[in-house]
Design a protein around this ligand. Structure first.
Ligand code: HEM
Length: 142
């Protein structure tokens, strides 16, 4: 209650980016990757290349906007004199872990250990995202 239109717009952007990144990862983990396993090596490579080209810019832009809108939220809460509650701190730390894993899995070079277990790390990220959404909503609806 008592949110300005500007704050509602920033929160809308925050939630849309959460939907795009978490929804995209769920689609990747449970639909696209299992489907790609039924393809021949050549088809699989082409399919994964197309996925990467289309999805990675959406994912990285969503991550960037989540961080920027998140920082906006925090500065607003501090300006309003609110002490940051522990669940919000836990939420932000978990969100940053999700973003780190997401970037590590999608940058062209490095983190081969993580990339070799991509499906497990995507599932782990989805589990963390469930907790992050719960904590985000519990902070605003508490
Ligand atoms: C995977 C990444 C993230 C997801 C899925 C996510 C999700 C959410 C959701 C669902 C809410 C509740 C919105 C509402 O009910 O009004 C929320 C609120 C919030 N998020 Fe995030 N978020 C993420 C990343 C971040 C990051 C990186 C930051 C900080 C840099 C951040 C800071 C905040 C803050 C401060 C609030 C509370 C806003 C308020 O009290 O009005 N979030 N988030």
């Amino acid at each position: 209650m008592g949110y300005s239109t500007g704050n509602i717009i920033v929160t809308t952007l925050h939630v849309i980016c959460a939907i795009l990144s978490v929804g995209g990862v769920a689609f990747l983990r449970f639909v696209a990757l299992p489907f790609s396993e039924s393809l021949s090596d050549e088809e699989k490579q082409r399919f994964q290349l197309t996925l990467r080209k289309r999805f990675v810019p959406i994912l990285h832009t969503s991550f960037l906007l989540l961080i920027l809108t998140g920082i906006h939220h925090i500065t607003r809460l501090i300006r309003e004199g609110m002490t940051i509650p522990t669940p919000l701190i836990v939420k932000i730390v978990l969100a940053l872990i999700i973003i780190f894993i997401g970037i590590a899995l999608t940058i062209p070079k490095g983190f081969e250990g993580l990339k070799n277990k991509k499906k497990s790390w995507l599932s782990f990220n989805l589990l963390l995202a469930t907790i992050v959404v719960y904590l985000g909503i519990s902070v605003t609806h508490g």
